[in-house]
Design a protein around this ligand. Structure first.
Ligand code: NAD
Length: 413
């Protein structure tokens, strides 16, 4: 180990490199190295036992150059300003890569949600909404769910913000329940986008999907749908993992059957299935690796042993900077998180458009619009990477920086 993990520092070093390779002067892109606006709030909430407890939260808007800020709200006891800052910048770049008319933002509350009842979580969410209300808005900054937040919390945010506004404002957040202005296709969107990018890249690499063996770390929302869509495209999904179990089957796992196990991978019985050490999933015999659990999973320690020829980053930041360099030297192609997992924010954008127009699309309409946006984003990044002979990660950052800097120039100072 010993590799110091510094998400905002990592992001800045790739950003600086992208701006340099794209030929921008410090002055042209310096604004992108800093968050535009940071709000830190402290607020009291009454607990079920009658006592009042203080909470700390953040909403950080990295950029609103290309449109309203967009990004999730995370409930975690380790949330801090630095982490939110890095995630917020990542959203600005992701929205620019996807070419959707948003800037980037992120928020969070320092809280262990497991220590709170549903009633307490509702009161905390409502109070937090009130505290950040001055800077959010359906045309200013649109939050969404992230780690430990869900559609119910987004529904409460809509309700609280609507009370403040004196009208129903469905477009204030995305990731809501369908009955509250949510979009069809949102649940599967991130995994669908990961598989669209992986399949497009395999085509570019001249690989036959039916001969590809796929390993997926993290069989949660992103991982399970990535596995499902890769399986449906004809690939053999040979390994999947959750935090407590990892399974491998050289003949391929039956993903629809596995999905019926309700997340309990150990309940999936099929001849040839072995339980493997969790860490081994990343280095198992496979062609495509989809890390979709946590950040900082592929490090300089395991990168030399990775056998995959293609990595599609379902999770945010799963590959450390050192590992990235090792893998690039080995010739492993990496579809970076800001492109690979953009399907979620793309369908969030489509949810918001439906809210603003008060007219809702069928699931097929949402999926086909999302597919067009993802394939365009993939091709833009791929073409940038071949034109400049740089990695897909650097190409994605160059694409994002160029789009944000160009709009900033057009807007003028
Ligand atoms: P999730 O909680 O639904 O799933 C995470 C999965 O990872 C769970 O199955 C968990 O058991 C597993 N896991 C945790 N630690 C693990 C470990 N050490 N080894 C193997 N598996 C492990 O979360 P999610 O929504 O699927 O998000 C996963 C990642 O994707 C996160 O980095 C998130 O920020 C990112 N992401 C999610 C979305 C989205 O729309 N959900 C969008 C963009 C990025």
């Amino acid at each position: 180990m010993g590799e110091k993990y510094n998400p905002y520092g990592n992001l800045l070093s790739v950003l600086d490199n992208a701006a340099k390779v794209a030929g921008y002067s410090d002055e042209e892109y310096a604004f992108l190295r800093y968050p535009e606006r940071e709000l830190r709030v402290n607020f009291p909430v009454r607990m079920d036992d009658g006592k009042v407890k203080m909470f700390e939260g953040f909403r950080i808007q990295h950029s609103t150059v290309r449109g309203p800020a967009k990004g999730g709200i995370r409930y975690h006891h380790e949330v801090d300003a630095d982490e939110v800052r890095a995630l917020s910048a990542g959203m600005a770049l992701k929205c620019a890569v996807a070419n959707i008319p948003y800037g980037g933002g992120k928020g969070g509350i320092v809280i262990n949600p497991r220590e709170h009842s549903a009633g307490e979580l509702e009161r905390i969410t409502r109070k937090f909404t009130e505290m950040i209300a001055p800077i959010i808005g359906e045309r200013k900054d649109i939050p969404a769910p992230d780690v430990n937040t869900n559609s119910q919390m987004m529904n409460w945010m809509v309700d609280e913000y609507s009370k403040i506004s004196g009208r129903t404002v469905y477009g204030i957040v995305t990731g809501k329940s369908l009955e509250m202005g949510g979009s069809l296709g949102r649940t599967e969107a991130t995994g669908r986008g990961v598989s669209i990018c992986a399949l497009e890249m395999l085509k570019k690499m001249g690989k036959d999907v039916s001969k590809m063996r796929v390993a997926v770390q993290g069989f949660g929302n992103v991982g399970s749908f990535s596995a499902k869509f890769m399986y449906e495209a004809g690939a053999k999904v040979v390994a999947v993992s959750r935090s407590n179990t990892a399974i491998y089957c050289a003949d391929g796992l039956d993903i629809p059957e596995l999905l019926k196990c309700d997340g309990k991978l150990e309940n999936y019985k099929k001849p040839g299935v072995q339980i493997i050490d969790n860490a081994k999933l990343l280095t198992c015999d496979c062609d495509v690796l989809i890390p979709s659990a946590l950040d900082n999973q592929i490090t300089k320690d395991n990168a030399p042993n990775i056998k995959a020829i293609l990595i599609a980053e379902g999770a945010n930041g799963p590959t450390s900077k050192d590992a990235d360099e090792i893998l690039e030297k080995k010739g492993v192609k990496i579809i970076p998180d800001i492109l690979a997992n953009a399907g979620g924010v793309v369908v969030s954008y489509l949810e918001w458009v439906q809210n603003l127009q008060s007219f809702y699309w069928s699931e097929d309409e949402v999926n086909s619009k999302m597919r067009v946006l993802m394939i365009n984003a993939f091709n833009d990044v791929y073409n940038e990477s071949t034109k400049r002979n740089v990695s897909l990660r650097l190409a994605a950052y160059i694409t994002a920086v160029a789009r944000i800097v160009n709009v900033s120039k057009l807007r003028g100072k």
